[in-house]
Structures are given as structure tokens and as C-alpha cells.
Design a protein around this ligand. Sequence first.
Ligand SMILES: [Zn+2]
Length: 141
Amino acid sequence: MKICIDCQKDVSGMRAVRIKEDRIIGFIRKVKTAMKIAKGNELYVCEDDLPKHLERRKSFEKTMVIFTVLAAIIVLLLLVTILLSGRIELWTVASAILIGVLLLLFSLVFKYVPAVENTEPVQVSGGLPAKKKRRKKKRGE
Ligand SMILES: [Zn+2]
């Protein structure tokens, strides 16, 4: 099915924009497939939700910047603490970095607002694959 990710409605026959299939979408899809909750939907944003979606995407991008900075600060603080304690062991350093990565991953999965391919909604074809009439190039034969 072709669904709007914001209102969960079927967008067949409506005007909508496609979601960009980026690595995070691919990752979420894989997780869902592994958990057997994937529906194999094609993801869109319908015309009505597009302005809202673009705003959410913008604020998501800002949030991600803040989260990245916060995660970096936390990792740095942990590393400094480890250094000051004088007990530099590989696993403590690794776990500090892991905490930072996990923080980022959590914020990504729960707050992710995917990008759209373009901002001009187009007519989405119905459930059947769009069969456009092939233009005969040999005209006048
Ligand atoms: Zn919608």
C-alpha cells in the first residue's frame, strides 16, 4: 500500500510526495522485517500534511544537531573522567563511546522524520501499477 506516514491514510489517487529511502529508513525497515511487523508499504507524505511535515523535518534536523553535540559532550566528560581516574582501560573508553552512539540511535529511531524527495506533490497512481499508454514513436505509418 501507498500510505502517508503522518496520517496513515492510503494516498492512492491523491497528491503526495515520496519519502526518501535513506539509510535510516532502510535500517528501520530491516528492524521491522526482523520483528515481522513490516508491512512493506510505500511511504509518502500527502499534500495536506506536507507543510507540517517539512516543519517537523526542520525541527528534527535541529534536534539531531543538539543531540549530536550533547552525545559528544557526554562522551567527552566520560573520557575525561576515565583519564583523570588514571585507569585507562580499553573497555571503559569503548563503553563511553558506546553510550554516545546509543543515545544518538535512540533519538534517531524515536524522533526520526524522514526527508522527502521533493516538495511538489504529484498524483499518486492507484493500487494497480500505472500503465501509461506507450506513445507510438512511429507516427504516420
Ligand atoms: Zn497525510
